[in-house]
Design a protein around this ligand. Structure first.
Ligand code: XMP
Length: 178
């Protein structure tokens, strides 16, 4: 798996330091009381596990399955909600976690759905944000790292379902892309 990586973009130690700082910001910014955290599967799984263990407050953790990439290198342009049920968020303050902000369609669609479902406020946190013109005007409240517009894997991000368990964010070799 590691042989397929052309270069490491953000290594494990750097990610861990940044998560310490993000957790402090989140802890400082949110009003007291239990916060509902929604993790977008599967990409935000690793980021969420490492971030949330650093946030010393009462959290209710929910997951939503959405798909927009369908395993390849390009967003399909539509965001599909894959679950039959949706978490109960009416009257709640929600923190939405995703792995990466790319076209903006996912955060836009899920934030809109959360508001539709009655959430009082929705804040968003992403590990990565691509520096690009987005299809949807959306920004995240908490961003781990800004990266240039290239396809990355690792630390939760996949190519065709693989590489999510790499402990760093990296760029694939051309030979690994089929
Ligand atoms: P949008 O375009 O909706 O993208 O902001 C969010 C979702 O698209 C996936 N994505 C990527 N996955 N490497 C990946 O493995 C990438 O460089 C990449 N860019 C976008 C990801 O699932 C994210 O939640």
């Amino acid at each position: 798996m590691r042989n397929d990586i052309e270069r490491v973009l953000i290594d494990e130690v750097v990610i861990e330091k940044r998560l310490d700082a993000m957790a402090l910001e989140i802890e400082r910014d949110f009003p007291s009381g239990t916060l509902v955290v929604i993790i977008l599967l599967k990409g935000a799984l690793v980021f969420a596990a490492d971030l949330l263990r650093r946030v010393p407050r009462s959290l209710e953790i929910e997951c939503i399955n959405v798909a927009s990439y369908h395993g390849g290198l390009e967003s399909s342009g539509t965001v599909n909600f894959l679950d039959r049920d949706f978490p109960e968020v009416s009257g709640r303050h929600v923190l939405l976690l995703d792995d990466i902000l790319d076209t903006g369609r996912t955060l836009h669609a899920v934030s809109a759905r959360l508001i539709e479902e009655g959430a009082t406020a929705v804040h968003t946190a992403v590990l990565l944000a691509k520096d690009k013109q987005r299809a949807q005007e959306v920004s995240a409240d908490y961003v781990g790292f800004e990266i240039r517009d290239e396809f990355v894997v690792g630390y939760g991000l996949d190519y065709k379902g693989k590489y999510r368990n790499l402990p760093y964010v990296g760029v694939l070799k051309d030979s690994a892309i089929t």
